[in-house]
Design a protein around this ligand. Structure first.
Ligand code: PGA
Length: 247
């Protein structure tokens, strides 16, 4: 069975000093994790974190990548640049990017392609808003978001990580119940199975207020292969508890 993956999403938090302290605490506490561990950090800190986690069990992740390869795109960071800093994972299509930066399904799919072409594993985020859930559109929304990535990436789809993050559960303290999460994960697994013979290899992470108290139950679900952790990833004891709950 594959190891679960616990990925921290630091979002726009941190400083040289705070990162150093957090990473030292994580490295001291996570010497023998049974699962895979990554931290997705703000781009300016990639070099710092690369150095801190070198040779450890913690892999380096980024939070976004340009849909373009190279050239006149001021402010953008390319997949090749991320690769230069040893980035292993890159979030694409996080709901905050979709919501505040208008990222479309097609752009997200292109970003996933760029990451894969550079040897970086995209963590493709999908998830419904509260209004969509209440309108009974959850399945339709997540399937549409994932379909765009499957369509653009063909067989390579078995190389991506998918993160199901219900938008209403992000940063709100409201977690999807283990059953609610499993239900959607099963839908996504089925969709992947229709696209690749290796769907079981794909990590499908749950994200949205995962914390030390609820991680074990979520991570015990058959189609939940790890977590994408925001707030709780900024506190070493909480992130370490989640890592300890994973297998
Ligand atoms: P949260 O964020 O754990 O703070 O809800 C998760 C995410 O947005 O990736």
């Amino acid at each position: 069975m594959k190891k679960q993956l616990i990925a921290g999403n630091w979002k726009m938090n941190g400083s040289l000093a705070a990162n150093e302290a957090l990473l030292q605490a994580l490295l001291a506490g996570a010497t023998s994790a049974k699962c895979l561990v990554a931290v997705c950090v703000p781009a300016p800190y990639l070099a710092q974190v690369q150095q801190c986690v070198a040779g450890s069990i913690i892999d380096l992740g980024a939070q976004d990548v340009s849909q373009h390869e190279v050239g006149a795109f001021t402010g953008e960071v390319s997949a090749a640049m991320l690769r230069d800093f040893g980035v292993r994972y890159c979030l694409v299509g996080h709901s905050e990017r979709r919501q505040y930066h208008g990222e479309t399904d097609a752009e997200v799919a292109t970003k996933a392609q760029r990451a894969l072409a550079a040897g970086i594993t995209p963590i493709v985020c999908v998830g419904e808003t509260l209004a969509q859930r209440e309108a009974g559109q959850t399945e339709e929304v997540v399937k549409r978001q994932l379909a765009a990535v499957i369509h653009a990436n063909g067989h390579c789809i078995s190389e991506v990580v998918v993160a199901y993050e219900p938008v209403w559960a992000i940063g709100t303290g409201k977690t999807a119940s283990a059953e609610q999460a499993q239900q959607v994960h099963a839908v996504l697994r089925k969709q992947l199975q229709a696209a690749t013979a290796h769907a079981d290899r794909v990590h499908i992470l749950y994200g949205g207020s995962m914390n030390a108290a609820n991680a074990a139950e979520l991570l015990a679900q058959p189609d939940i292969d790890g977590g994408l952790v925001g707030g709780a990833a900024l506190k070493a004891p909480d992130f370490l508890s989640i890592i300890a709950a994973a297998h």
